[in-house]
Design a protein around this ligand. Structure first.
Ligand code: ATP
Length: 238
């Protein structure tokens, strides 16, 4: 059984149909990426998993349990954490306060929080030096790190990452992807939406290609990276 099972999902925004029968399966321990042009429905799929929008048809199962009718906070409690495009950090709060907000659903004691914060900031040492700094004054790369760190403080089994490399310099993108692999290697399953398809296919085990709200291809990431259609359409090769 897959950890996350998205089955035959339709999503509408008013009269606009954003997803048409999308099915995606994410095995425990894997990194799965969703590729596709702007507007293909990638972010919408993540929003449907984290309960930010309700599907009009189909179902989402996490660890075998249906979650598509649950409110977002219940879904976080069950172990799914979403880092949205644009990061969603609280700019006026300090780094420390943003991290506390991430841990909120776990109702940790102070000691537990300190331990978890220590574990997470090991991945992002730059945040440890900036705990008292307002989050809005961090660089773009640091803000992305904070958004991921905050999500990890809710101790997710599944992390949903929406465009983590967006707007970042190439060197920082490398750092973010190294950290994504580390997070996965320490046992967190990841569903990743990325415009940087080269990096995404390099990091992921499997990939799905979405077009106009439907899945048009799915395969092992290495096979997608070698596929002529994918190379032409998304990697600018050939
Ligand atoms: P991008 O990389 O540009 O974010 P995407 O693949 O993530 O693209 P979505 O953001 O999921 O695509 O959008 C899918 C479709 O749903 C698009 O046609 C988009 O215009 C539409 N859509 C997304 N959000 C809304 C909204 N809040 N209201 C109305 N339509 C929306």
């Amino acid at each position: 059984m897959a950890l996350l099972e998205i089955h035959n999902l339709d999503v509408h925004y008013g009269a606009i149909q954003a997803l048409r029968g999308v099915s995606v399966s994410v095995e425990q321990g894997k990194i799965v990426t969703m590729l596709g042009a702007n507007g293909a429905g990638k972010s919408t799929t993540l929003r449907a998993v984290s309960g930010l929008i309700r599907p009009t048809r189909g179902e989402v199962r996490f660890d075998g349990k249906p979650i598509h009718n649950l409110p977002p906070h219940r879904i976080v409690e069950m172990g799914i954490s979403h880092v949205p495009e644009g990061r969603g950090i609280f700019p006026g709060f300090t780094v420390e306060e943003n991290l506390q907000a991430g841990a909120y659903v776990r109702k940790m004691s102070h000691g537990e929080f300190e331990r978890e914060r220590g574990r997470v900031t090991k991945l992002f040492p730059v945040l440890k030096e900036r705990l008292a700094q307002p989050a809005g004054t961090l660089s773009g790369g640091e803000q992305q790190m904070l958004a991921i760190a905050r999500a990890l403080l809710s101790k997710p089994r599944l992390l949903l990452l929406d465009e983590p490399s967006l707007g970042l310099a190439p060197l920082i993108v490398q750092v973010i992807f190294r950290i994504i692999r580390e997070i996965n290697q320490t046992g967190t399953t990841i569903l990743l939406v990325e415009q940087n398809i080269h990096m995404a296919l390099n990091a992921a085990h499997e990939g799905y290609v979405l077009e106009a709200g439907s899945v048009v291809m799915k395969d092992e990431a290495t096979k997608l990276a070698a596929n002529d259609d994918v190379r032409k359409a998304y990697l600018g090769v050939g």
